[in-house]
Design a protein around this ligand. Sequence first.
Ligand SMILES: NC(=O)c1ccc[n+]([C@@H]2O[C@H](COP(=O)([O-])OP(=O)(O)OC[C@H]3O[C@@H](n4cnc5c(N)ncnc54)[C@H](OP(=O)(O)O)[C@@H]3O)[C@@H](O)[C@H]2O)c1
Length: 224
Amino acid sequence: MRITILAATGGIGSHLLDQALAAGHEVTAVVRSPQKLPATRARVVAADLADPDPAALRTAVEGADAVLSGLGPRSKSDAEAGVVRRGTSAAIAAMREAGVRRLVVVSAAPVGTVPSPARPNPPRHDPGDGFLLRTVAYPVLKAALRPNYADLARMEDALRDSGLDWTAVRPVRLTDQPLTGHYRTAQGRNLRHGLLISRADVAHCMLAALDRPDSIGRTIGIAR
Ligand SMILES: NC(=O)c1ccc[n+]([C@@H]2O[C@H](COP(=O)([O-])OP(=O)(O)OC[C@H]3O[C@@H](n4cnc5c(N)ncnc54)[C@H](OP(=O)(O)O)[C@@H]3O)[C@@H](O)[C@H]2O)c1
């Protein structure tokens, strides 16, 4: 397949790049700092996704079978500026112009219960979250990372409004453990007793979603 990867220098993004190339895909890597990329046979397009040049993004997605995004804020101010929503919305616009339909992005496990302009009254609890997560861990996390989750919730609004064949993967806490290919997923909900997942396995799941038409228009919870 021809795959465009947004934020290919990130934790998940670099695994997406390595795994997509290893699987024999033809890859375009969209990065704001090309000098951070190790030597690669991917085509490289430079773009700052906080304020993207539409022409550069259009070039990056043109002819792709799918776009995968590992975009995430590097700082609190990035999150407050809504970098994920902005970059993803720009990618959606470029994809619509170029006639590219498949988009798989990374979101986060708590986002299903975060209010957003299009979902002002989300469910109070995710059915996959156990008592301690609901009552202790997520309230603390949501307070600490409010701008991050608000940005991701707005990004998911943009996906639902896009008319594209989107999938949002919602991982629990990320680790740098190696790829296993052994993890649990659930459509539209989080996983019971799932607290950790490696960035490598999230990338694996995102690539696997390209062969799963049933994941289109869905969120996917993922945990070890
Ligand atoms: N940490 C967790 O436990 C956790 C759990 C669930 C979900 N998540 C979500 O998963 C996301 C991805 O995680 P990760 O560990 O792979 O993140 P990461 O290593 O921080 O990677 C973020 C990527 O986004 C890129 N980026 C940021 N701002 C950009 C901009 N203005 N223009 C272009 N690229 C930009 C970064 O590029 P540079 O390399 O140039 O900075 C980097 O490639 C997180 O941001 C978060 O939203 C995290």
